[in-house]
Design a protein around this ligand. Structure first.
Ligand code: KMH
Ligand code: ZN
Length: 281
């Protein structure tokens, strides 16, 4: 298959830990709202959802019951690939960041380095990453490395070389977080350079260059792109998105305009090597 025939896995990140209803009133809070939102995003073309959870009042949370309920409700409605964040919020200790793993998602993110996240330290030392990797292995959950700067990519590749992170790597390259790498063509080149062949790489971009960087990634052969309120609440400059599903539909339009197509959920499961989990017992 040539790069242009490869379907693009569109991930939706509907919640995050920083965005609020003051930024966009359509932000989902409860597991029921999250599941309804994710189901609409799957209809619109998303094949993976990257999840955080919130308390009913919108406060970022790490309560495992909320992850369990959200994932159960999502699975009732759609076979979309479920992925939990283990980045959580900057103020969460590692134990809290890891609670989503216990809900048995298909995939989990793993941070491979530390950085400033805006004004705050966002710390993941190698022992923290290994904790996530070990627990995910025990629970048979696949991992996607979440990387915000070049050193994080180099660290992830070393973890693969040492046999800590399974190969082939699933990589999400994040651009434009203040404190991380910028959202520029040169930054995309720099983040791609250390990645071994066979990596499934996806691009997330924050800020005003989001759409341009996603377009560039699609044309560079990205395996995936990510959109959703976690990464941006605007459809266009000054125009709030009505919903996460609207952002997904727009991302799928962009994929098509550039001569590629969005992956179906089955194709995403194949490309990401994460078959539908069949619970036994
Ligand atoms: N909320 C950020 C501190 C992730 O989910 O992997 C971390 C984050 C990354 O959102
Ligand atoms: Zn996240």
């Amino acid at each position: 298959m040539t790069w242009d025939e490869l379907p693009v896995v569109v991930t939706v990140a509907p919640i995050g830990a920083e965005v609020t209803r003051a930024d966009n009133p359509a932000l989902p809070h409860t597991p029921g709202e999250i599941a309804a939102d994710v189901a609409a995003c799957a209809e619109a073309g998303a094949s993976v959802c990257h999840l955080h959870v919130r308390e009913e009042d919108g406060a970022p949370s790490s309560r495992p019951e909320l992850f369990v309920e959200a994932i159960e409700l999502i699975r009732d409605r759609t076979p979309i690939v479920t992925m939990v964040s283990t980045g959580g919020a900057v103020w969460m200790p590692m134990e809290q960041r890891m609670t989503g793993l216990e809900a048995g998602p298909d995939l989990a993110g793993v941070e491979t380095g530390s950085m400033n996240f805006g004004e705050d330290p966002f710390v993941t030392v190698p022992a923290d990453a290994r904790r996530v990797i070990d627990r995910a292995a025990t629970l048979e959950i696949g991992l996607e490395a979440e990387m915000f700067d070049v050193g994080h990519v180099v660290a992830a590749v070393r973890m693969v070389e040492r046999g800590e992170l399974p190969a082939p790597l699933r990589a999400n390259l994040v651009f434009g977080v203040p404190g991380g790498i910028d959202a520029s063509p040169e930054a995309l080149d720099a983040m791609l350079r250390p990645l071994p062949a066979g990596t499934h790489w996806s691009v997330t971009a924050i800020g005003r260059h989001q759409r341009r960087l996603l377009a560039l990634a699609i044309l560079r052969g990205a395996g995936g792109i990510r959109v959703g309120f976690e990464d941006g609440v605007f459809l266009r400059r000054g125009v709030l998105a009505a919903s996460n599903a609207e952002l997904v539909a727009d991302a799928c339009d962009l994929v098509r305009t550039l001569g590629r197509r969005a992956a179906t959920i089955d194709e995403a499961r194949d490309l990401l090597d994460c078959p539908l989990r069949v619970e036994t017992g």
